[in-house]
Ligand binder design. Sequence first.
Ligand SMILES: C[S@@+](CC[C@H](N)C(=O)[O-])C[C@H]1O[C@@H](n2cnc3c(N)ncnc32)[C@H](O)[C@@H]1O
Length: 201
Amino acid sequence: MRLRQHVNPTQVHFARFRGARPVLDGRAIEIEVGCADAQFLFERAASDPARQYVGLEIREDLVAQVNRRARSHRLPVQAVFCQAQLHMTEILPPGSVDRVYINFPDPWFKRRHHARRMVDAALADGIAVVARLGAEVFVQSDVWDIALDAMATFERDERFVNLAGEWTFWRAGNPYGVRSWREQNAEATGLPIWRIRYRRR
Ligand SMILES: C[S@@+](CC[C@H](N)C(=O)[O-])C[C@H]1O[C@@H](n2cnc3c(N)ncnc32)[C@H](O)[C@@H]1O
């Protein structure tokens, strides 16, 4: 299947939520914002199938692909077609999420595409609403500017506390034992990876 490489999240086409809400059954919930093929969530689900995993993704064809794979492998992964900055609170109940992953939220790293970046105050606000108190938020990127921007976003929001100390990157690596496709690629090509880790106050 031919998949679109990038879509512009500011298009009016994405303004209204048209995806299907995930079926939640009371188990702990982990979400990945911009999950693409959900490689990371599939690996999490294989290592801890007692939880539920929800991927938020703006490319509709990828969402369908992830959900087909989840059904055929009977894994507790569900992808939802959405514009995550706008629709987070329409998809998930308040205080319901235990962990939020934002893995390599590019590709909009050029200055002129700043408005298309995924991690902004609106996304942080949505996360603050759906995350339970004490929930973790983990962001990683191989683009310095994107990682710094993401840090500034969470530092400015009093509802999050930086687990490495104010304005400090998380230097102890990825603590979750699984890697996204982009992460594997960055490591294989020797790119530096910038990570931040927050807790919902
Ligand atoms: C560079 S890819 C990284 C994919 C995966 N997280 C990984 O690490 O391999 C970023 C993903 O975020 C998605 N995305 C970008 N903006 C989004 C938005 N506003 N809402 C939901 N998904 C978005 C893109 O379609 C893309 O699949």
